[in-house]
Write a protein that binds this ligand. Structure first.
Ligand SMILES: C[S@@+](CC[C@H](N)C(=O)[O-])C[C@H]1O[C@@H](n2cnc3c(N)ncnc32)[C@H](O)[C@@H]1O
Length: 309
């Protein structure tokens, strides 16, 4: 999954071969993701921007909530992702309501004050200055419009049935890699971003910031898509974390997750647990927000709402 920080190729966690992984990841969490969108209580006829839409996996969920009178604009910096998204929406019932355009989060291709909601899933982890990006997105919202950011947090991930000390060392290695990857020419990444989002939105000038935490648990026997997703995550961790781990840890981790006959993912006591965060804030157009103040007062807080426990 790690790719070089080159803007004209599939950067930011989306090389071509990652599209299949993204699709299976999405399908494996469709139940929770559907709930996340329903919980937003979108009004029928809304105009929603899906910012960093990737292959357009959330489009049908959003379209369902806003109905035939609403519109979704998917934007992304990756042309390959947009082509896939367009292809996926052809021949669907919502195709007339959906458009895809190449753009960045900071410079949306819409008039200021046009969007009822800007939704962005699994993108904030790639933003090197999320507070500045969220502040730049605010003016594209209608007065009272909401920015909704959804993302992962590896700090919440646990695999029951795998040596907890080995897990801890592998996660620490990943954390070390994320701290150093930019110095090695790779794109910025923060896989621990989920629980920080509420602070970022507040610092960017949003009001009524609400955080919902969705706990996702899967037990043995794992659904096929979820097994594919976890297998990918486990390989991804070890590829990037290997330089910070002992050879024994690398071997043991690979044996756990890639072994044909004794794979931990197929053991009856295996359980995977993680929490994903959905944070929303209302853009306060009347309250100018000064960038110098944005980075102060960001702290980790307990979730304001917990669902799906
Ligand atoms: C991990 S994918 C998530 C795709 C989709 N939202 C999903 O959840 O399936 C991240 C996407 O964000 C896009 N992206 C990253 N930074 C961006 C930026 N600054 N502006 C627009 N798109 C961006 C990438 O090209 C990629 O398609």
């Amino acid at each position: 999954m790690a790719v070089n920080n080159v803007v004209h190729v599939n950067e930011c966690g989306l090389p071509l071969n990652a599209i299949e992984w993204l699709v299976k990841h999405h399908q494996s969490k469709l139940q929770e993701r559907g709930q996340m969108i329903r919980d937003l209580r979108l009004e029928e006829g809304s105009f929603v921007v899906d910012a960093g839409c990737g292959p357009g996996l959330w489009t049908s969920l959003l379209a369902q909530e806003i109905g035939l009178g609403g519109n979704v604009l998917g934007i992304d910096i990756s042309t390959e992702a947009l082509v896939t998204a367009q292809r996926r929406s052809n021949h669907t019932w919502y195709r007339q309501q959906v458009q895809y355009k190449r753009a960045t989060l900071e410079q949306l291709p819409i008039e200021p004050g046009a969007a009822d909601m800007i939704f962005s899933a699994n993108v904030s982890q790639y933003l090197s200055d999320p507070v500045a990006t969220f502040a730049a997105m605010g003016p594209f919202l209608k007065s009272g419009g909401r920015l909704v950011i959804k993302d992962i947090d590896f700090g919440t991930m646990k695999f029951h049935g795998v040596d907890p000390f080995l897990q801890e060392r592998v996660f620490q290695a990943r954390l070390l890699w994320e701290a150093e990857r930019v110095d090695h020419g790779y794109a910025y990444e923060d896989s621990w971003v989920g629980s920080k989002l509420a602070g970022y939105l507040q610092a960017a000038g949003y009001k009524n910031v609400e955080e919902k935490a969705y706990r996702i648990v899967r037990r043995s026997p794992l659904p096929r898509n979820f097994r594919f997703y976890l297998h990918g995550i486990a390989e991804w961790f070890i590829c990037e974390g290997a330089p910070y781990l002992s050879p024994d840890d690398v071997t043991n981790w690979l044996q756990c997750f890639t072994d044909d006959t004794n794979n931990v993912l197929d053991q009856p006591d295996f359980e995977s647990e993680e929490t994903e965060f959905v944070v929303s804030g209302v853009w306060d157009a009347a309250k100018p927000c000064f960038y110098a103040d944005m980075h102060t007062g960001i702290s980790h807080r307990e979730p304001l709402f917990i669902t799906n426990d």
